[in-house]
Design a protein around this ligand. Sequence first.
Ligand code: ADP
Ligand code: MG
Length: 527
Amino acid sequence: MLIDNALASSGQNYVRSGTEKDSIKQQHFGVNSAEEDLDITKPANAPMKSVIDWASLRKNAAKYEAMKWAGLPPVEKNFYKESSRTASMSQEEVEMWRKENNNIICDDLKEGEKRCIPNPVCKFEDAFELYPDIMDNIRKVGFQNPTPIQSQAWPIILQGIDLIGIAQTGTGKTLAYLIPGFIHLTSQPLSKDQRGGPGMLVLAPTRELALQVEAECLKYAYKGIKSICIYGGGDRKGQIDMVTKGVDIVIATPGRLNDLQMSNFINLRSITYLVLDEADRMLDMGFEPQIMKILIDVRPDRQTVMTSATWPDGVRRLAKSYLKNPMIVYVGTLDLTAVNTVEQRVVVIDEEEKRAFVQDFVESMKPKDKVIIFVGKKITADDLSSEFSLQGIPVQSLHGNREQYDREQALDDFRKGKVRILVATDLASRGLDVHDITHVFNFDFPRNIEEYVHRIGRTGRAGRTGEAVTLITRSNWRVASELIEILERSNQAVPDELIVMAERYKQFQLKKEMERDFQRPQRMPLK
Ligand code: ADP
Ligand code: MG
């Protein structure tokens, strides 16, 4: 381990390949034979019996590095062909687009002369026209438009440039890196069978997030790409079996992956596309040492994408260590222009009373009113819409489980006014552009505050004013304080119950923190 330390402290990686035994041999090899190979000369005044010659190790670090990565196949990274529509955007249009899409800020972090930041792709076709299978998959899930981070990230990543994407949770960062990753994997000069190991690695902070990424991978399954999920607490042997069976994408939490890597169950030399997902959370969870150890074994000329919801010092440091000449896309948290043209009413209510409330609301609609009722689950969308239909109220529903044709029909009926009520999941909150929606009714509170802003932005469009009614239950207490902030900023009434809810949540968190602090010393082993 001496060499390990020596090289680590000289900022370089030691050679490790083959089995763990080999790697130990290799470390010794580094001391003994490298003297002839690598011109290690002892200084004249070297202290007697110095086992490690630090100065020469440092001097030869670059040679070690070159030796370590010798013989790897070349990596292809640039697959981007700008569509004529994207190319024809004027500088003003691009700036306007960025401003209107949550105030996107882009920068080139390369030292010296700056490169041109590519124009955003406003439609899916602009990025993936050449990949019909990918377009089919996107159509199947029914997304209308790329999210802001996707629009700006795709043309950068597809050019092979490292990217840092900073955007709130729920803004579509997964597909922002996954789809270019699929293209990268399937467009290498070496076929995936010749590669001899996975080509893409996604590091994610928790098992849940890793599983979510895996689910997205499966949903967009492309050209038979195989992925696996490796996380702590799961069946270690089962996961090892899976890795050794050969996969294209590994999605892993850093702890467990490092464990498998140390026991040589996984070979990371074939990775050419690396993602550090939710970097801020990985740092918060203390994964930096594992990330460091994992990345020692990933070739340095890979492409790297890092996502994060925030951009604190730790994340900047990580970016500096592991990304090469990256561009950064920063999506501002909230586009509050929409909320100022919408009158917002928030009702604190019990779950069982919601049905009666929405019923009253629908019955009191005026002939010109058009409402979109947002719900959290597909099943709620089905329940509500069939209930209204049974009562003879014309209604349509929009969610991910409906066939593409039905969804288009639903949207068309709503747009043309054949129905004046659309019950929808968040699938419909982005990119849905119907100009004469008068009301947004949030039957279930959205996942997060950004989604709230997106949803209510479906009304009050094109210079009109709109109304939003939002039902919130005690189970939504963690968003109460953020919601209060939005209401206050747009001069809306804040219900007292909401203030109480926010206060109670704050108390609850304080109590939890105190309990944690209190328990910590007790858990220490007795000496
Ligand atoms: P993040 O990683 O930024 O937190 P996710 O990638 O998990 O967000 O995406 C959040 C949700 O948005 C997912 O359910 C995903 O399927 C959906 N989504 C992704 N891209 C789009 C899009 N272009 N339009 C609508 N929904 C999308
Ligand atoms: Mg994510």
